[in-house]
Design a protein around this ligand. Structure first.
Ligand SMILES: NC(=O)C1=CN([C@@H]2O[C@H](COP(=O)(O)OP(=O)(O)OC[C@H]3O[C@@H](n4cnc5c(N)ncnc54)[C@H](OP(=O)(O)O)[C@@H]3O)[C@@H](O)[C@H]2O)C=CC1
Ligand SMILES: CC(=O)[C@@H](O)[C@H](O)COP(=O)(O)O
Ligand SMILES: [Mn+2]
Length: 383
C-alpha cells in the first residue's frame, strides 16, 4: 500500500518540493494545509485529491469553502489554527511532514506526536521553541522525528551505523555564510531587503532566507541539533562551507569524520525523511564533481552576525531562552521585510531579549506561547 502523507505548509518552498517527491514516489496525500494561498492550495487539491485540507486564515478559509462547494469529491475543510492541529492529529496518515514556517508549526508537531504519528520535521522552530516538549512527547509516544532540514538530515544520514553513532563526539554543522559573508558591520548598515533575500545557493521562503543572511538560521540549527542528537552545544561546531555541497559532518571517538554531500536541492533530504530507512531513486540531480572548482571552509563571524552568538547564549541559558530568541527574531524579520527596521537591528533585538532575563527552568506549552508573546512585545517596545 502507498504511504499516506499529511503535508502541512504545502504551498511553501518545502511544501511544493515535497509534493514533487510525493508524486515521484507515488505516495498518497491524506491531508494538505496552508495559511492563505488559496489558489495554489486549490490546484494542489485538484492534483493530489487529499481527503482533508486545513486553511488557517479565516478569510482564506471562506474562499476555499466557495471553491470546494462546486467540486465533485471535495475534501473535508478544516479552518483556523485548531483546524491545522486537528489535521496533524488525524491517524489515517502514516507520516506528517511539517513545513509550516515559524512557531505556528509547534502545535501541529505536538499534536501529531501525541497521536504517535511520525513527523518529518522541516519546521525547525518547533524544536527551538519547545524542544523539551517535542522530544519528550516523541519519546513517550514512541513516534519518530525525521529531520528534513538539510544539515540535520546530513547528520542523521551519517549516524545510520548504530555502532559508530554510539561514539559520536562532535557535530560539524555547515553554514553557507549567506549573502553577506565577509562583510563588516559598517558595510551592512544599509543592507536592504533585496540584498538579504539573495541567498548564494538555496531558493527558500523569505523568512529562512533572511535568517541565513543574519546567521540566525545557523543559531536555530545549532539548537535544533542539540535537541535532535543529544549533544551539548559546545560539541556542535559551525563550519562555513560556502558552496553548500557538504551538508554537515560528524566526528566519532577515533576522530574519523563522515560527511554527507550532494547538490543543494531540498528534495534529497525531504525524500530521505519520507523513505527512511530505505534509499530510492528520486527527482534531484546528481553532483558533478568535474564542475566543482573548489570546496572551501571558513570560520563564522559571530562578532558581526550577533544572532548566532545570541542563539549560543540562549541554548546555554536553557529553558525558554531559545523560545524568546526565536520570538524576537520572527517579529524582527517581519519588520525588516516590511522595511521598518534595519538589517543589523535584527541581531540587536535577538541579543537584547536573550540578555534581558534568566529564562531557566522547566516549562509547559502555555509557557512557550506566553514567552513568544513577551518576546514579540519586547521587539515592538525596542524599535
Ligand atoms: N525552504 C527551505 O529550503 C528550507 C526550509 N526549512 C524550514 O522549513 C519551514 C518552511 O520553510 P519555507 O518552505 O521556506 O517557508 P515558506 O514561507 O516558503 O512556506 C511556509 C508555509 O507555511 C504556511 N504558513 C505560513 N504561516 C502559517 C501559519 N501561521 N499557520 C500555518 N501555516 C502557515 C504557508 O502558507 P501560505 O503559503 O498559505 O502562506 C506556506 O505553506 C521553516 O521552518 C524553515 O525554516 C528548513 C530547511 C530548508
Ligand atoms: C537548505 C537548508 O537546510 C537551509 O537551512 C540552508 O542550510 C540555509 O543555508 P545557510 O543558513 O547555511 O545559509
Ligand atoms: Mn538548514
Amino acid at each position: 500500500m502507498a504511504k499516506k502523507i499529511t503535508l502541512l505548509g504545502s504551498t511553501g518552498s518545502i511544501g511544493t518540493q515535497s509534493l514533487d517527491v510525493i508524486q515521484a514516489q507515488g505516495y498518497e496525500v491524506y491531508g494538505l494545509a496552508a495559511h492563505s494561498n488559496v489558489s495554489l492550495l486549490f490546484k494542489q487539491i485538484q492534483q493530489f485529491s487529499p481527503a482533508v485540507v486545513a486553511v488557517v486564515d479565516d478569510e482564506a478559509a471562506k474562499k476555499m469553502r466557495t471553491l470546494l462547494d462546486g467540486m465533485a469529491n471535495a475534501p473535508k475543510l478544516l479552518c483556523g489554527k485548531e483546524g491545522l492541529e486537528e489535521l496533524a492529529a488525524m491517524p489515517q496518515a502514516d507520516i506528517v511532514l511539517n513545513a509550516v514556517v515559524g512557531i505556528a508549526g509547534l502545535p501541529a508537531t505536538l499534536a501529531a506526536l501525541e497521536q504517535g504519528i511520525d513527523v518529518a520535521l522541516a519546521n525547525k522552530e518547533s524544536l527551538v521553541t519547545g524542544g523539551y516538549l517535542v522530544t519528550e512527547t516523541a519519546k513517550r509516544k514512541q513516534a519518530r522525528l525525521l529531520p528534513v532540514d538539510s544539515e540535520h538530515s546530513a547528520i542523521f544520514q551519517c549516524l545510520q551505523d548504530a555502532h559508530s553513532a554510539k561514539t559520536l563526539q562532535k557535530i560539524l554543522l555547515t553554514a553557507s555564510g549567506g549573502p553577506f559573508f565577509g562583510k563588516t558591520k559598517a558595510e551592512l548598515q544599509h543592507a536592504t531587503r533585496q540584498d538579504a533575500l539573495r541567498h548564494p545557493n538555496w531558493s527558500m521562503g523569505n523568512k529562512i532566507t533572511i535568517d541565513s543572511a543574519t546567521l540566525m538560521n545557523k543559531g536555530l540549527e545549532l539548537i535544533e541539533a542539540v535537541w535532535l542528537f543529544g549533544l551539548p552545544p559546545e560539541k556542535v561546531q559551525i563550519v562555513v562551507q560556502r558552496q553548500s555541497i557538504i551538508h554537515s559532518m560528524v566526528q566519532f571517538a577515533d576522530h574519523s569524520i563522515l560527511a554527507q554531500l550532494g547538490v543543494p536541492d531540498m528534495r534529497i533530504p525531504i525524500q530521505y525523511a519520507l523513505t527512511w530507512p530505505e534509499r530510492v531513486p528520486g527527482p534531484a540531480p546528481e553532483l558533478d564533481f568535474t564542475k566543482l572548482s573548489s570546496i572551501t571552509f571558513d570560520v563564522a563571524d559571530e562578532e558581526t552576525f550577533r544572532c548566532l552568538a545570541a542563539c549560543k547564549k540562549a541554548i546555554s541559558k536553557g529553558g525558554l531562552a531559545p523560545c524568546a530568541a526565536n520570538g524576537a527574531n520572527e517579529e524582527a524579520v517581519r519588520l525588516f521585510l516590511e522595511d521598518k527596521i534595519s538589517f543589523l537591528k535584527i541581531g540587536e533585538l535577538v541579543e537584547g531579549i536573550v540578555e534581558s532575563e534568566n529564562f531557566a527552568g522547566s516549562y509547559t506549552v502555555q509557557d512557550v506561547y506566553e514567552c513568544d508573546r513577551m518576546a514579540r512585545a519586547y521587539v515592538l517596545e525596542h524599535i
